[in-house]
Ligand binder design. Sequence first.
Ligand code: NCD
Length: 301
Amino acid sequence: MPGGLLGIESLDRVEIEAILDRAKYFQPQQAEGRKQMLRGRMIVNLFFEASTRTRTSFEIAAKRLGADAISITASGSSVDKGESLVDTLNTLGAMHPDAIVMRHAASGAPHFLARHLPTPIINAGDGTHEHPTQALLDARTILDRRSSLEGLRAAIIGDIAHSRVARSNMYLLSKFGAEIVLCGPASLLPVELSKITPGVTLTHDIREAIRDADVIMMLRVQLERQHEAAFSASEYFRFYGLRLEHMGLAKPDAIVMHPGPINRGREISSEVADSQRSVILNQVENGIAVRMAVLERILTN
Ligand code: NCD
C-alpha cells in the first residue's frame, strides 16, 4: 500500500488484516501513538465535501502519531475562486506533503489525482464509489465483538445506490466470507450489485434483511446525490427506518451500526440509536485507531 489507499476492492485480505491488527494496537486511548513515529511528516486533508467524523479523525490520527496535519475545505479555498482540481492539486503537491487525504463528490477523483501526483493519496470518500477507511473501522468494530467475519450475516439497509460506505463494506465483508443482504426501496437498490460481488443478496423488505442478522448497518439517505427525493422522511421511516420492534428478528446479540451522520426519525429511531445494541460511537472511536494504522502503513512502508 505504499502508493496510498484508494479503495477496498483492490486490497487483499493480508493487507486488510494487517491494518485491522495494527488498529487494535492503537486502540487503547491511542497511547502507543505517543511514540511519535510520524514526527516531521506533513499530511494535508483536502475535503471538497462536508465531513465531521472523517476529517476530524484523520487529523487526530495524524497528530497522535506526531505528524503535522492541515485541513483544507472547498469553501474558503481557491476552489471557490474557480481553480480547477488539477491546479489545486499541483499547488498542494508543490508544497511536498507526505500524504494527501481527499474527499470529493466525483467518483474516481482520488484515482485521477494519484495518477498525476507522486504523493500518496488516501481516499476519504469519492462520490458514490468507495470510502475505504470507513469499511476498515467498521470491520474493526465488528471484530471487537466477534472472532471472525466468516459466515456473519450483515444487513446493509438504506440508500445503497448512492452509498460509498455500502460499496466498501460489501467488498471487505465479502472478501472475508460474510453473507451480505442489501436492502432498500427499488429506486435506491441497484440490482447489478448482487451480480458483481459474491455472497450478496438483495431484498426490499427490511424484516427479511434483519432476520437472523449479526450486524445491522443503517445508511443515511444521500439527498445531496439525488435530483429529487422520492419519499418524505416519514414515508421512508415507515418502510425502511430501523425501530425497536425490528430488533427481535435479528440475532439476540446483533449490533447496530451507522457511519453517521444519523438522521433520527428518518433511517433510525432514537430508541435504537441510543440502545445497548448500538455501536455507533464505538465506530467513531475506532475511526482514529484505524486511520492511525493506515497513515503509519503508508508513510513508513
Ligand atoms: C459517510 C460518507 O461521507 O460517506 N459519512 C462518514 O464518512 N462517516 C456517510 C454519509 O455521509 O451518510
